[in-house]
Ligand binder design. Structure first.
Ligand SMILES: *Cc1c(COP(=O)(O)O)cnc(C)c1O
Length: 295
């Protein structure tokens, strides 16, 4: 039985900046849903796993980079709900903290070169053509089942916020949240922070998939691109953690929270605004950058 009770409280955090600008910042703590099936990754996997179960597929096969939060979430969820799992990893064979945890959860890892990695359906056929129990889960768990899971975040809110922030990689989570806002007819203004460079295509994609839902897209907080960072961002993460007791990561949530502070500083929000930031989890991402933290 695939069920994970959602524990994701909303918590207000305080900063002299917020009071001086007359705004309030709240965090939807999806990072507390589970330490390893963390944040949006649980929401994205939920209906995919239910579908696999319905089809009697006992072997989850998925894809990711060597630091993928999705691989780790899938490995842990597979172990928890009684599936076998295989992770097809992009690039040369290596060991790191994320992959160690995947292995501990029983995931088999197959490393493939970057070119083969581009064609995931072909890889699935090559390795699992003769395994009737194998179930293909796309990289990052994208697709319509994933957006449905993400849309449920909105059903859990007891209050209406003026603004809602979410980091975007593939944009699946943001798309789901926009659909949730639409379904519940909530007037909240959505803000999307792409963590990769040149993400204009993502804006278009999210518009298409939400049939023109309105949102603000902030493409200038990528810090050089996906998984790129800077000392400014790392110091921000440290100050944030030290003043709030909440960890954020350099790949996703660090960039999103940085954007919120920056936009508050630039008077982007009316006085009295209530802002909700979705903490999408994934703090194991910090481990991959341990050597970058020089303080
Ligand atoms: C995967 C991930 C995201 C990106 O989610 P998308 O649905 O791909 O946009 C955001 N934050 C964290 C912490 C993640 O692990």
């Amino acid at each position: 039985m695939i069920n994970l009770p959602i524990y994701s409280p909303v918590e207000e955090i305080f900063d002299p900046l917020f009071s001086s600008k007359g705004v309030q910042l709240f965090i939807k703590r999806d990072d507390m849903i589970h330490p390893y099936i963390s944040g949006n990754k649980w929401r994205k996997l939920k209906y995919i796993l239910l579908e696999a179960e319905k089809l009697s597929k006992n072997h989850l096969v998925t894809f990711g980079g060597a630091y993928s939060n999705h691989l780790l979430a899938t490995a842990c969820a597979a172990a928890k709900f009684g599936f076998r799992s295989t992770g097809i990893v992009r690039g040369e064979e290596l060991q790191n903290e994320t992959l160690l945890l995947c292995r501990l959860f029983g995931m088999q890892l197959i490393f493939v070169d970057r070119e083969s990695y581009l064609n995931k359906p072909a890889l699935f056929v090559k390795h699992f053509e003769h395994d009737p129990e194998a179930y293909f889960i796309d990289e990052g768990g994208s697709g319509s089942l994933a957006t449905i899971g993400c849309s449920e975040l909105i059903d859990e809110l007891n209050e209406v916020y003026d603004h809602l922030f979410c980091a975007a990689g593939t944009g699946t989570t943001a798309t789901g949240i926009l659909l949730g806002l639409k379904k519940n007819s909530v007037r909240t203004k959505m803000h999307i922070i792409p963590v990769l460079k040149g993400a204009d295509f993502l804006k278009q994609e999210i518009e298409n998939q939400t049939h023109g839902a309105s949102f603000e897209f902030h493409p200038d907080y990528h810090f050089g691109g996906y998984a790129k960072t800077s000392n400014e961002l790392l110091y921000f993460i440290k100050d944030f953690a030290a003043s709030s007791g909440i960890l954020i990561d350099p790949v996703y949530t660090g960039k999103m929270f940085y954007s919120i502070y920056d936009l508050i500083n630039k008077d982007h929000f009316a006085k009295g605004s209530k802002i909700l930031a979705v903490h999408t989890g994934g703090i194991t991402g910090i481990l991959g950058m341990a050597e970058r933290f020089k303080f």
